[in-house]
Design a protein around this ligand. Structure first.
Ligand SMILES: CC(=O)N[C@H]1[C@@H](OP(=O)(O)OP(=O)(O)OC[C@H]2O[C@@H](n3ccc(=O)[nH]c3=O)[C@H](O)[C@@H]2O)O[C@H](CO)[C@@H](O)[C@@H]1O[C@H](C)C(=O)N[C@@H](C)C(=O)N[C@H](CCC(=O)O)C(=O)O
Ligand SMILES: Nc1ncnc2c1ncn2[C@@H]1O[C@H](COP(=O)(O)OP(=O)(O)OP(=O)(O)O)[C@@H](O)[C@H]1O
Ligand SMILES: N[C@H](CCC[C@H](N)C(=O)O)C(=O)O
Ligand SMILES: [Mg+2]
Length: 485
């Protein structure tokens, strides 16, 4: 596709320009390795490197236009240089323009928060499919352009992939798209130019402090998503989260609260809890749901609120919600022939782990043991390691500390970092087995009929990244093999 740069920059603030202003380009790239002759390159400053360092290499490849924050010392007269204040912001605008401003033709709803994004976005996608619409989904687990599945590499894709997917959805006739908005995506302006019909806030607890450094910065980054919503959008927040209301403090959007308490615009109550589901009262109507855990009651209420604000009929929405089932790797249970229950859950933050273990605790009927198998990812927030081990030991009868995705780190060191957090009185409950499969096998050997094994942290993931290499690994597959199912 060839595009004139005047069209491409129609909505973009340019600081200065050197070279021709009327040029046609083929593609936009922010990675020098992908640039081909006739393309436009946006030099972005990143967390590890700086795109400005690769300007010479894209010039050699025959790039036509370079967008940068500062001119290189030596410029090439055949190239147009466009100087901008912030390349990342401009990249997202160019991507949106290049793909025909897709969010002007689809109702886009973003979900942000530490936990619950995949659950809510996926359930909204499934609900709207049930309601008869063509729908798009952008999530950690997978992306969908209506029924066409596209593998996901990030929770929120980069601006080029993101807008290409949205344009695909528009071309396919999708009326709605539900997407996860990660804090990294807000900070890196991946979603910069998108026009959202609505935003949903789930909760904010400890995660990603490796990237954001402090909780306060993390909070402000999340809030920016709501600050930037337009006047005709809606913003829905969890009033039961300590920072729920703060998120909407400066938004121009119409504000709505969801909560288990009576003052909220959207309310729910849990009437009964079972291992197979919960009987809830949602907006005054008794509704059976196939989910368990107070956190899932909040997730379902957020789904309900968004569907209602997107003008869907109350009864149809509630009927649809009662038919929904759990999302891949989120509280999925597998029972062994002798009656041992394994639960696979993507809990990879302290709050998620606490919620899942408290949910299990609330459902325990006899003296079953709870055995938790858990690890923490390498090259990510190290400060959550001791807390996750402490929570596991506090709320389980036995804990096997193991590997998650160690990435480039030493697996045993991650386990040691975790173990530091275990209370002295709980140490006797804790084993350390580096190999995740062996850890799950040991949990099975320690378990008896009726016991519950929680395998936390990897959920839907089908790989384990050790020393930078991804190996096939799927918690559910491993459990099925060990259970001889
Ligand atoms: C830390 C982080 O988020 N990094 C993301 C960021 O990369 P970066 O800009 O920091 O990359 P960089 O290596 O510093 O390079 C700077 C610039 O130089 C360019 N470059 C670099 C090398 C080269 O040879 N040529 C070249 O042009 C790069 O393309 C880039 O534009 O921008 C890239 C494009 O959007 C992302 O792919 C990349 O995600 C990395 C791979 C990643 O692992 N991110 C994770 C942490 C992430 O984003 N996670 C969240 C989920 C979190 C949650 O669950 O809540 C997500 O949304 O997936
Ligand atoms: N509303 C919630 N509040 C707290 N914990 C939750 C909530 N919903 C889900 N969880 C827990 O968090 C885990 C991750 O849920 P989910 O994948 O929906 O979150 P996410 O926000 O998409 O995570 P990620 O940041 O990795 O994309 C679940 O497996 C469950 O343990
Ligand atoms: N979206 C999360 C995924 C963590 C999943 C866990 N299995 C790990 O690898 O650390 C993150 O980027 O922190
Ligand atoms: Mg997710």
């Amino acid at each position: 596709m060839s595009v004139n740069i005047n069209e491409l920059f129609s909505s973009v603030k340019i600081e200065s320009l050197k070279g021709m202003s009327d040029v046609e380009i083929n593609n936009i790239h922010f990675d020098s390795r992908k640039v081909e002759e006739g393309d436009l390159f946006v030099a972005c400053r990143g967390t590890v490197s700086d795109g400005h360092k690769y300007i010479a290499s894209v010039e050699e490849k025959g790039v036509k236009v370079i967008v940068c924050e500062e001119l290189p010392k030596v410029t090439n007269s055949e190239i147009t240089y466009i100087i901008v204040e912030d390349s990342l912001t401009v990249l997202s605008e160019l991507a949106h323009n290049y793909y025909g401003k897709p969010t002007h033709d689809i109702q886009l709803v973003g979900v942000t928060g530490t936990n619950g994004k995949t659950t809510i976005a996926t359930l909204l996608y499934r609900l709207f499919k049930k309601l008869g619409y063509k729908v798009g989904l952008l999530s950690t687990v997978r992306n969908y352009v209506d029924e066409k599945e596209i593998a996901a590499t990030h929770t929120t894709p980069d601006p080029l992939q993101l807008n290409a997917l949205l344009a695909d959805m528009v071309a396919e006739g999708c009326e709605f798209c539900f997407m996860e908005v990660s804090s990294h995506a807000i900070d890196q302006k991946r979603i910069g130019a998108l026009q959202f019909k609505g935003g949903i806030f789930t909760n904010i607890t400890h995660d990603h402090l490796d990237y954001h450094k402090t909780f306060d910065v993390y909070l402000k980054v999340k809030k920016r998503f709501f600050d930037d919503l337009g006047k005709t959008s809606f913003a829905i927040t969890n009033a039961d989260d300590k920072n729920g209301k703060l998120m909407l403090q400066n938004t121009k959007a119409h504000k709505f609260l969801y909560s288990s308490r009576s003052f909220a615009d959207f309310r729910c109550k849990i009437l009964e809890k079972h291992f197979t589901g919960m009987l809830m009262e949602i907006d005054g109507v008794e509704t059976w749901t196939n989910f368990i855990g107070d956190f899932n009651a909040h997730n379902l209420l957020a789904v309900y609120a968004a569907a209602r604000l997107l003008n869907q009929e109350k009864e149809e929405v509630l009927r649809g919600i009662s038919e929904l089932t759990s999302v891949d790797g989120r509280f999925e249970s597998i029972i062994s022939p002798e009656g041992i229950m394994a639960i696979v859950d993507y809990a990879h933050t302290p709050d998620a782990l606490k919620n899942v273990l408290e949910t299990i605790e609330a459902l325990r009927t006899r003296n079953e043991q709870v055995i938790t198998v858990v690890g923490c990812g390498g090259d990510r927030d190290k400060t959550k390691r001791p807390t996750m081990a402490k929570i596991s030991a506090n709320l389980s009868d036995k804990v096997i500390l193991t590997s998650d995705n160690p990435r480039s780190e030493e697996p045993d060191q991650i386990i040691l970092d975790m173990k530091e957090g275990v209370d002295a009185s709980d140490l006797r409950k804790v084993l350390a087995i580096t190999d995740r499969k062996e850890a799950i096998r040991t949990a099975y050997m320690l378990a008896q009929k009726g016991d519950i094994i929680l395998v936390a942290g990897k959920g839907h993931e089908d790989y384990q990244e050790i020393k930078g290499v991804k190996h096939h690994f799927d918690d559910k597959e491993v459990i099925q093999e060990i259970f001889k199912l």
